[in-house]
Design a protein around this ligand. Structure first.
Ligand code: MN3
Length: 207
């Protein structure tokens, strides 16, 4: 048993022109694939840990033996974050949330424009490598960012809750096409957000 790299739900060139095929290919196969390999290597001889869903594995730092904790949280966090990232994008997406999610965005964040502003700011101002999130904290939608591999599922993270939507702002996510222009990548990303998938994550998190 081992953790596996999930297949993309679309062709690598399907997100053009907002995200180029070469970035998607390298990012998925090499970067995400590399985290999965390193995660499995760190967990060799720990079959009890490997049988947990990735969400559970990374949630409690103290439950991971100290000598492999850093490697498991880093690579396991990256495995979880990227797995979510691929599923909340799609070709011909973008637009705005509908239904219950739209209502919650209005109630908790002040509406879609306010969400967009908060999310863009979180992604733009994250210093160095990291992620920006829309997540559910005790039934309340929140926006925030994390450094490196961290995510709101981890009890070691400053944010707490269930991740719904994420953008990768590591340079490997955009540098081939956007070079140093992270804000241009973040703006283009809004054309890729699969709000139906985010709404599904919202429903599950509310249940
Ligand atoms: Mn990445």
């Amino acid at each position: 048993m081992a953790y596996t790299l999930p297949d993309l739900l679309y062709a690598p060139d399907a997100l053009e022109p907002h995200m180029d095929a070469e970035t998607v290919r390298i990012h998925h196969d090499k970067h995400h694939g590399g985290y999965v390999k390193k995660l499995n290597a760190a967990l060799e001889g720990h079959a009890d840990l490997v049988k947990q869903p990735i969400e559970q594995l990374i949630a409690q730092a103290e439950a991971i033996p100290a000598h492999i904790r850093t490697a498991v949280l880093r690579n396991g966090g990256q495995h979880y974050n990227h797995s979510l990232y691929w599923t909340i994008m799609g070709p011909g997406k973008g637009g705005e949330p509908k239904g219950a999610l739209a209502a919650a965005v209005k109630k908790d964040l002040g509406g879609f424009d306010a969400f967009k502003e908060k999310f863009t700011k979180a992604a733009t101002t994250q210093f160095g490598s990291g992620w920006a999130w829309l997540y559910l904290d005790n039934g309340i939608l929140k926006v925030g960012s994390t450094a490196n591999h961290e995510n709101p599922l981890m009890d070691t993270c400053a944010l707490n809750g269930q991740p719904l939507l994420v953008i990768d702002v590591w340079e490997h996510a955009y540098y081939l096409k956007y070079r140093n222009l992270r804000p241009d990548f973040i703006a283009a990303f809004s054309n890729l957000i699969n709000w139906d998938a985010v709404a599904e994550n919202f429903q599950k998190a509310m249940a």
